[in-house]
Design a protein around this ligand. Structure first.
Ligand code: GLN
Length: 551
């Protein structure tokens, strides 16, 4: 097993995840099987209880793991299926060690960060690296390990120490360290500053780790003199100082690294074999060019909760983009703050109100993504109503499906006050209700989570077509509430179709509306399985329908 460890310095959000995924993709293009582990040095067991508005989206895996969004990047870039254990957190490591201590595994010993925590980290990495992820059951050849946070944080210290020891455990020839840093430009002359990188490498080296490669995020390509200086002060070969400057689209990142001979240099360091023919790499290049060549644009209004962090809906954005690339258009996402559509905001923030409505009205399609909590619910219901009544393509994901059903119950069945018990416990018409297997006292890992089978009920529906004629589909879930089974026949009687159900026929998974160009809702989150060249079917359906309005 070869390990490519990717650490980061200076500040977070430098694109460490994309760098790590890109390197993984380059190695995969040589025919190697690549897996990935993300280390998050926070105390939470997993990302499930963290706010997406602070920390970015919670990504959901097949096995129900609620993990960091970087695992989504890995799945998309490497076209693999990861497990919850591929996301290692301080919380998980400590739980495991403390559990072992209670069992008496260390009887007589003082349990310490070194060696007990650091050993557990190394054991974890070695164990998880060998889990097959490509669907064929083959053990991976290379494991990319991304260390979250920035070097120097108190939180990441045990992991740094574990990785320091790890290079000896696995042998230095099987271990390559890539450090991602920032090269800012300051002043009128536009000088590229190397000092932040010097400092972070110093920190790394003080901890006993020396980077083999330095990947420098910058606006413009690194100048030769900058590279020279970084090489000199950071104890890295000049050819190993890589420029990761801004590019036109994300698919260009692996290409950018390839152009600087990165693949060959990693191959040399890890004693792997280079290959002339690399169809996977060629198709990436094609994809990157295709994305840059797009001229037409399709606009989707995304009606959600916003705090300015677009990472909160990362996979949804990706699924929309993948779909747009396939129809041959650029994806323009128009963010609509759901609460601003509500009548109250007409008084409190009239400009936002009219802007939001005009955005909604001018979009080619409308999307209501997943969500929790009360804020903006009425606005979302208004958006679904607008889409239904005006024949605007609509996709509702998870909460978005529930919203569409509530809207239908209120305005088609005339059930005033129909709602989800999540938002109104005393609603006279509980249209969406709490699922028995959920928990109201424990929030972590207690939803209906992960991959579940949906049975398509009939060949005569949009879902059947979108999913390429499959009657059994598997998508990922993350919810506590569901459409009230007692209301199905009433809703169906009025024209709402439940064309996808779970294997017991109890849970409503897909809704469609007869006679509408595209009105689709899924209780599951299809965005998590979208791939650049294989867009998620429900998203593709939305974008295709939206695009055909322009065409
Ligand atoms: N809040 C809703 C539920 O728990 C929807 C969840 C979601 O959109 N992921 O069922």
């Amino acid at each position: 097993m070869r390990y490519v460890v990717v650490s980061g310095g200076v500040l977070s959000g430098l694109g460490k995840g994309v760098t790590a995924s890109s390197i993984g993709m380059l190695l995969k293009s040589l025919g190697y099987k690549v897996t990935a582990i993300k280390i998050d040095p926070y105390l939470n067991s997993d990302a499930g209880t963290m706010s997406p508005f602070e920390h970015g989206e919670v990504f959901v895996l097949d096995d129900g793991g609620e993990v960091d969004l970087d695992l989504g990047n890995y799945e998309r870039f490497l076209d693999i299926t990861l497990t919850r254990d591929n996301n290692l957190t301080t919380g998980k490591v400590y739980s495991k060690v403390i559990e072992a201590e209670r069992r008496g595994d260390y009887l007589g010993k003082t349990v310490q960060v070194v060696p007990h925590i650091t050993d557990e980290i190394q054991d974890w990495i070695e164990r998880v690296a060998s889990i097959p992820v490509d669907g064929n059951g083959d053990q991976p050849d290379v494991c990319v390990v991304e260390l979250g946070g920035t070097v120097g944080d108190i939180e990441s210290a045990p992991f740094i120490e574990a990785l320091r020891q790890f290079q000896f455990r696995v042998g230095k020839e099987n271990f390559v360290l890539v450090h991602v840093s920032l090269v800012p430009v300051v002043g009128v002359v536009g000088e590229q500053k190397t000092k932040p990188s010097q400092h972070t490498v110093k920190e790394l080296r003080a901890a006993g780790l020396s980077p083999d490669f330095l990947v420098c995020r910058s606006e413009e390509p690194l100048k030769d003199a900058t590279k020279e200086k970084l090489a000199l002060f950071c104890h890295v070969d000049k050819t190993h100082v890589l420029s990761a400057h801004d590019v036109s689209n994300i698919y260009r990142v692996p290409i950018l690294l390839e152009e600087q001979n990165t693949t060959q240099m990693i191959v040399d360091k890890l004693q792997l074999e280079m290959r002339e023919e690399r169809p996977l790499f060629d198709s990436w290049k094609k994809m990157a060019d295709h994305v840059d060549s797009l001229e037409k644009e399709v606009t989707i209004a995304m009606v959600g909760k916003y705090t300015g962090l677009s990472d909160s809906y990362l996979s949804v954005i990706k699924a929309l983009q993948h779909s747009a690339f396939k129809v041959g258009a650029k994806m323009n996402i128009c963010w609509v703050e759901a609460a601003s559509l509500e009548p109250e905001s007409k008084e409190s923030e009239p400009e936002m109100y009219s802007q939001s409505w005009s955005d909604l009205q001018s979009a080619d399609g409308i999307l209501v993504p997943g969500g929790f909590g009360n804020r903006g619910i009425e606005g979302k219901i208004l958006a679904a109503n607008f889409a239904r009544v005006n024949n605007v393509p609509y996709l509702g994901v998870c909460l978005g499906l529930q919203i569409a059903v509530i809207e239908f119950a209120r305005n088609v069945l005339g059930l005033e006050g129909a709602n989800s018990t999540e938002f109104d416990e005393d609603t006279p018409h509980p249209t969406v209700i709490f699922m028995p297997e959920g928990s109201k006292t424990h929030m972590g890992g207690t939803m209906r989570l992960g991959s579940r089978q949906t049975n398509i009920q009939t060949e005569d529906c949009v879902a059947y077509e979108l999913y390429g004629g499959d009657m059994e589909i598997h998508e990922r879930h993350r919810h506590r509430y569901e459409v009230n089974p007692d209301m199905i026949s009433q809703l169906e009687g009025a024209g709402l179709r439940f064309v996808g159900k779970d294997t017991e026929g109890q849970r409503m998974e897909i809704i469609e509306l007869e006679g509408h160009p595209y009105f689709f809702g899924t209780q599951y989150h299809p965005e998590f399985k979208s791939r650049p060249t294989r867009p998620s079917p429900p998203f593709f359906g939305l974008v295709k329908a939206a695009f055909s309005r322009i065409e």
